[in-house]
Ligand binder design. Structure first.
Ligand code: NAD
Ligand code: MG
Length: 390
């Protein structure tokens, strides 16, 4: 039996991971499950999967979780440190599916125990890529990417020499505003930005698809994980969203990864690696699809992609600045305090603001430094948004 832990078990990726584990109970032994405010879900899952440990990230919910699990024999803990400690519990496979920079310390801790880390939390690589990759190397840990584009690249590279890669193409759906006149974007409402043309996801990631800030994080993630140079990474808009990534080699050949847009494919690949197992996914019908389309993204429409390139060139802690500014601007947009196109402008201003502090972006990447820069960047974003309003 494979001993597994799931960090962020109550979220979308976490629940999809448990769905796959539920189908093969004889193969998995659940060590730790962590969650946030959804105590009912966390407790239900801890009981169903007979977990050793259940942790909520929030101290104020300790009692609720204790009550929900009283008499079950499941150990209970609460707080951010307890989540990180859960990641240190010996396990052979750990899913990192917490949302936001809160996922970084547990990802880091999991790697220190030399385990296999299935990494869905893209913020870990965006904010601290070099630190994470070095920690994995030093501890003989393995990272398996779970973001679908990165899983696609990983699968396309099996048996290949990364040095023979010429370029990599990451696809994007184009989001809610793919067809909009660019000049109308200034008036885009929260409701319009929250409606994805192809599928249902959480509100934040849907808005990040419309702006392509999600894709921006992904290109940075690809640079950090695979070590590609920024100029090797391209984005193409592919509305059918079944080709997740394409890897072009020096001899002109490409390996493209095609799959249904169901996260259980990438999760299942990481869960079963190095084997492949049956997964409960819809079969693709190519004839019904008829044709596949690819177009260059318009950088006027998607300034996030230009900013991502700057971050990839700049490196250091600029990814931590970019991610924090993006998260805060998204909060402000959702709260109605800023317009859709203002998000990219403020994020660019935060990058410039923090970069102008001597030594900050180029400081050594440590966990503390990432969290410090994250904090400063959020403050900078708040200040800039306030200035714009007044
Ligand atoms: P989600 O919001 O559905 O779930 C997030 C999980 O993190 C929940 O269990 C929540 O309780 C927990 N959490 C929230 N705040 C926390 C905190 N401060 N400390 C500890 N735990 C906390 O998110 P999701 O869609 O499952 O995404 C998880 C990660 O995977 C994100 O980084 C996302 O970008 C990435 N990802 C998601 C998808 C997808 O299709 N959902 C695809 C690719 C990558
Ligand atoms: Mg993705």
């Amino acid at each position: 039996m494979k001993r597994v832990s799931i960090l962020g078990a109550t979220g979308s990726i976490g629940q999809n991971t448990l769905d796959l584990i539920r189908r093969s109970p004889e193969r998995f032994d659940v060590v730790a499950l962590t969650g946030g405010r959804n105590i009912r879900q966390l407790a239900e899952d801890a009981i169903e999967f007979n977990a050793d440990l259940a942790v909520t990230a929030f101290d104020d919910l300790a009692e609720d979780l204790c009550l929900a699990l009283a008499g079950t024999g499941v150990e209970v803990a609460a707080g951010a440190d307890a989540v990180t400690e859960a990641a240190a519990r010996p396990a052979q496979w750990i899913m990192s599916a917490i949302v936001g920079v809160a996922g970084l310390p547990p990802s880091f801790e999991a790697l220190k125990q030399g385990t296999t880390l299935a990494l869905a939390n893209k913020e870990s690589l965006v904010t601290a890529g070099q630190l994470l990759m070095n920690t994995a190397r030093q501890n003989h840990a393995r990272i398996l990417p779970v973001d679908s584009e990165h899983s696609a690249i990983y699968q396309s590279l099996v048996g290949e020499d990364v040095a023979a890669v010429d370029r990599v193409i990451i696809t994007a759906s184009g989001g809610a505003f793919r067809e909009w006149p660019v000049e109308d974007l200034a008036n885009a409402t929260l409701e319009q930005a929250s409606a994805h043309p192809n599928w249902d996801m959480g509100q934040r990631i849907t808005i990040d698809s419309a702006s392509m800030f999600n894709k921006a994080l992904e290109v940075i993630e690809a640079r950090e994980f695979f070590g590609f140079r920024p100029e090797q990474i391209e984005v193409l808009v592919h509305p059918e969203s079944i080709v997740h990534a394409m890897v072009g080699f020096c001899d002109g050949g490409f390996m493209a990864h095609i799959g249904p847009h169901d996260m259980r494919h990438a999760i299942g690949y990481a869960l079963n690696w190095p084997q492949r197992e049956d997964l409960p996914l819809e079969q693709l019908d190519f004839a019904a699809l008829g044709q596949l389309t690819f177009v260059h993204p318009d950088l006027q429409r998607y300034p996030a992609l230009r900013l991502a390139r700057e971050v990839m060139e700049r490196r250091g802690l600029s990814g931590a600045v970019f991610n924090a500014a993006k998260e805060r601007c998204l909060d402000h947009f959702i709260a109605g305090r800023m317009g859709f196109v203002d998000m990219a402008r403020v994020i660019e201003d935060v990058l410039n603001d923090i970069s102008s502090s001597p030594g900050l972006i180029d400081a050594e990447i440590t966990l503390d430094q990432v969290l410090h820069v994250d904090h400063l960047s959020r403050q900078s974003a708040d200040r800039l948004v306030k200035e714009r309003i007044s």
